[in-house]
Design a binder for this molecule. Structure first.
Ligand code: KG4
Ligand code: ZN
Length: 359
């Protein structure tokens, strides 16, 4: 098999990223560099990602990230075999900035151009980090995504289920907001939860009473808000212990539904590996519960390092390598797509996350 060195470019949300990944034949791939420029500070004052600000920041930084990634890898453009770029789904201004940069480089160098689905990047990451074989199940849980995918090949994905409204990270962020905790909410809620009693305040377990693998987090977030208001009305304010108990109850509910839905997926889909990706996979309670479910079902649990679980361009370069080997390159008609379901056979997800349209 041909040795391939690809540049990856990612700009679909609020991280501008570039990376170089190389695979000699069918040997284990190497990440030669991975640069991620976050935009948290630019959006902090607005309580969410502002698409226009994101697009402008991507346009200003994407070429600098590419330069940095090449320099860190010790390579020049002429040393590459192709350019992979996130072509969707995501905030269209950002995706366009990346696609335009990649096209410019492809035209200037004559290198093949490969348009990659951002979700395919996440879904193929366990093959980059651990070389696992197909098929496997991926649970994608972040601020913008929430879905179970069965992965059978570089372009063969089946969406088994997902959130019908908010992504779990979004719910963590909103719960933090209503409880006066800092953003991003996940780590703050987790720290509070460690001090709380998960059983004192009863919260719902959305969609657990229904068959299937779909999830819902919007009602849970509203239930936390109501419980907060109830406590405040009774006590005239929220005590520290109340806040900790609310966080613990919320986190337990999210962990319960993710664990039960994962159990159902693994029961119905005999695979050897359940892999997770996304910022929420950093949550220790959720991770421990998923590990326990995998142990119970005799399945390997795989959580790639967090820097490769969250948005990055190494996953795009890697997906580019796998997809280029399978189907060759795209041409210059490659377009940026705000919506791009990985699985064309399953019905589209409802709802739209704080970070833009979901697949
Ligand atoms: O994957 P990610 O970095 O970005 C995208 O959403 O694409 O995920 C960020 C999300 C945020 O909503 C953040 O609150 C959540 O992941 N998060 C966590 C934890 N760490 C980050 N949620 C729960 N527990 C955590 N420890
Ligand atoms: Zn992502």
């Amino acid at each position: 098999m041909q040795s391939l060195t690809l540049l990856g470019i990612e700009s679909s949300c609020d991280d501008t990223a570039a990376a170089v990944v190389r695979q000699h034949g069918d040997a284990a791939p190497e990440i030669l560099s991975s640069v991620v420029e976050g935009q948290t500070a630019l959006h902090a004052a607005f309580g969410g990602v502002v698409p226009e600000i994101a697009a402008r920041a991507h346009a200003e930084r994407v070429d600098l990230c590419v330069e940095a990634a090449l320099e860190l890898a010790g390579l020049r453009l002429a040393d590459l075999d192709g350019i992979a770029v996130t072509a969707g789904p995501g905030l269209i201004g950002g995706v366009l900035a990346g696609v335009m940069c990649a096209k410019g480089l492809a035209v200037a160098t004559g290198l093949p151009l490969i348009g990659v689905n951002h979700l395919a990047g996440h879904a193929l990451t366990p093959r980059l980090t651990d070389g696992i074989a197909y098929p496997f199940v991926m649970l994608l849980v972040s601020g913008g995504h929430c879905q179970f995918l069965r992965v059978d090949g570089p372009e063969d994905f089946t969406r088994l289920g997902g959130s019908i409204d908010d992504a779990p990270g979004e719910a963590f962020d909103k719960v933090a907001k209503v409880l006066g905790l800092p953003q991003p909410g996940g780590p703050a809620v987790q720290a509070e939860a460690a001090l709380g009693d998960p059983k004192r305040i009863a919260l719902p377990r959305p969609l657990l009473d229904r068959p299937g693998y779909d999830l819902s987090f919007s009602g849970l977030k509203t239930a936390v808000l109501r419980a907060r208001d109830g406590l405040m009305a009774g006590l005239g304010g929220l005590r520290q212990q109340d806040r900790a108990d609310l966080c613990a109850a919320f986190q337990r509910s999210v962990a319960d539904v993710l664990a039960e839905k994962s159990r159902r997926v693994l029961r119905d889909h005999p695979v050897q590996v359940l892999a997770v990706a996304g910022g929420v996979a950093a949550n220790t309670e959720i991770r421990a519960r998923l590990e326990a479910v995998c142990a119970e079902m005799g399945v390997r649990f795989l959580a790639p390092p967090l820097r490769l679980c969250t948005d990055n361009a190494a996953m795009i370069a890697w997906a580019g390598i796998e997809q280029f080997r399978l189907r060759g390159a795209d041409d210059l008609t490659l377009s940026a797509r705000p919506r791009w379901p990985l699985d064309q056979r399953s019905p589209a997800l409802l709802g739209s996350g704080k970070k833009g349209a979901k697949a």
